[in-house]
Write a protein that binds this ligand. Sequence first.
Ligand code: ADP
Length: 276
Amino acid sequence: MYFPNKEDVVVDKKDIISNELFWSSILLAIVLLVFSIAIFIILRQKRLSEVKTDFINNMTHELKTPISTIALSSDVLRQMTDYSDSERISRYANIIHTENARLESQVERVLQLAKLENGKIELKKENLDLHEIIDKCLGTFRLIVAQKNGTLDYVQGAENTMFYGDKVHITNVIYNLLDNATKYCKEVPQIQISTSNEAKGVVLTVKDLGKGMSPIELKQIFEKFYRVPTGSVHDVKGFGLGLFYVSEIVKAHNGKIAVKSELGKGSEFTVFIPFN
Ligand code: ADP
């Protein structure tokens, strides 16, 4: 319509086009966003299912080894005719005992995980001495490290070592960190464990000069079932649950865990637990 004395227009064609362009861009952006989210979820599910399959394979393998050792040893005992050889009997009984303990600890780990998943972790808190707990863990680890010709240094830097926590779980946290430092070494384990204080709590550091990790791997190590891929080499056993458990327990104590690592150079895990 044309009004000779009017300069304004009711609807300009340019406006319609830019309006259409605007809404179609918004629509396109929404479609792209939904599409990216769907792809992201599919990829995540795929990775999770791969990780779970790996876990089941790992687990089956780890459980089968002690079960077959127990079966073999008990068979030997069953078929024995001469019971006067007490040394032989005791050797096989010891194998059964050790393998059974291994089996028990593996089942325990999986049960702990189920509890963590259901949010059922119950902390039995009491006053604890950090150095006392470390000393207990070191009792076992000094032997393991010595057997592998490695070194294990311990620096007791903390002055105030008492804190309120769950003895069993905190012991497991330290045990897991030391276990990893021993497992993921290069030739021989070189480990340093140290303690210190922050204003509001105790700090434990476990440092190793082992294999280390890349920044991408480092981001995922606290995820359930995650293990750094090693191709077809499966020389180090594990379920990928240790660090997930460690971080959940530290969180349950209102603490913090941090890690620094460099591929080929080593790793350093730092755990902070508040006094209360
Ligand atoms: P697991 O040891 O049973 O595989 P964890 O949850 O304890 O599971 O560790 C996850 C992964 O992080 C390990 O598979 C390993 O690749 C890596 N990792 C953990 N601790 C260390 C370490 N001290 N040095 C190098 N790699 C480590």
